[in-house]
Design a protein around this ligand. Structure first.
Ligand code: FES
Length: 328
């Protein structure tokens, strides 16, 4: 019976003849992305055949079409469409959603991305409040450690909501949503959900950073929706796919305004006005918790029970209006 080896990982023997490589992964609990459920519609299950190409089924017409659109060579295959008939050595090509997005940008927008391509995206800009001031009391290695802990926690919700992490700017994160041709509503909803997840991640990490490094961790997030230019920018020896344009600058300015408004998240009109952008009641509850925590910190003793009650009332009214708009 055929043998399937995952390069540098593990070998499975006695694989049933004709099983797909995706089924082999699933059966043996090997993490293997397959977003469309094996329908040849997403390419996230892609693998590279390192040895034994003649021992697997030839590409189906559907797979051939995908491969030619993306300029794949004969060794790059869809695991969900590739049946095993003999020994084979493979390597999974995508580990996480960031990989998928970068490859999509390269393969689908490849030529045009080099020149710059206009897209309508939701752009999220986040920043740690007063991080530079607070981190001055710490050693450079500690700052690197802190930032990596924070980026690991805060970037996860971005990736989990189909976001593309464009870059880290000091202690800030610039991310874009909608690069996979999602609708504006979906792009905005994903950006808002990512922002809520980032706040939650920061809230969970804050006590550790406070205790170990005496650095308070509070973040501000601005989100704007609009047209950006997506392009591969930089010296030919080191180019980077990035988004630029007024939408990005506006998202950054909105983030700055979160300090003035003493709020952790600020959305522009263009995000809010996406009809039915689908943020659920649970999301609003989560935001209320974060908002109250932030106001407590900023207003200190001025955040009296009466002020808190007023904030909760106003927030409740706004949230109800938006939920109603989203549901109708
Ligand atoms: S799982 Fe989507 S193409 Fe294979």
């Amino acid at each position: 019976m055929p043998k399937v080896t995952y390069f540098h990982e593990i070998t499975f023997e006695d694989i049933p003849e004709g099983q797909t490589l995706l089924d082999v992964s699933i059966h043996h609990r090997i993490p293997h992305l397959h977003q469309c459920g094996g329908q040849a519609r997403c390419t996230t299950c892609r693998i590279q055949i390192l040895d034994g190409l003649s021992n697997v089924s030839p590409p189906s017409p559907l797979e051939k079409k995908v491969a030619s659109e993306r300029g794949w060579d004969e060794f790059t295959r869809l695991a969900c469409q590739t049946h095993v008939h003999g020994d084979v050595v493979v390597r999974r090509l995508l580990d996480n959603s960031q990989d998928i997005i970068v490859l999509d940008l390269e393969e689908l927008h490849g030529g045009s991305a080099g020149e710059g391509k206009e897209l309508d995206l939701a752009v999220l800009f986040s920043d740690i409040r007063d991080f530079t001031t607070h981190s001055e009391q710490n050693l450079p290695y500690d700052i690197v450690h802190m930032l990596n802990r924070y980026f690991t926690a805060a970037a996860e919700p971005v990736l989990n909501n189909n976001g593309f992490i464009d870059k880290y700017i000091g202690d800030g994160i610039l991310a874009a949503f909608g690069t996979r041709d999602e609708s504006p509503e979906t792009a905005c909803r994903n950006a808002v959900r990512a922002a809520l997840g980032m706040l939650e991640a920061a809230r969970r990490l804050a006590p550790t950073l406070e205790q170990q490094f005496h650095v308070p961790l509070h973040i501000g997030i601005g989100i704007h929706f609009g047209t950006v230019i997506l392009g591969r920018i930089g010296h030919p020896g080191k180019r980077q796919i990035t988004v630029i344009g007024d939408t990005v600058n506006t998202a950054s300015r909105i983030e700055s305004m979160t300090k003035e408004f003493a709020t952790p998240i600020l959305l522009s009109d263009s995000v809010v006005s996406q009809q039915g952008y689908g943020v659920s009641r649970i999301d609003y509850d989560k935001l209320l918790r974060v908002l109250i925590g932030t106001l407590e910190e900023f207003l200190a003793e001025e955040f009296t029970p009466e002020v808190q009650h007023a904030w909760r009332t106003v927030y409740g009214m706004i949230a109800e209006t938006m939920i109603e708009a989203a549901e109708n």
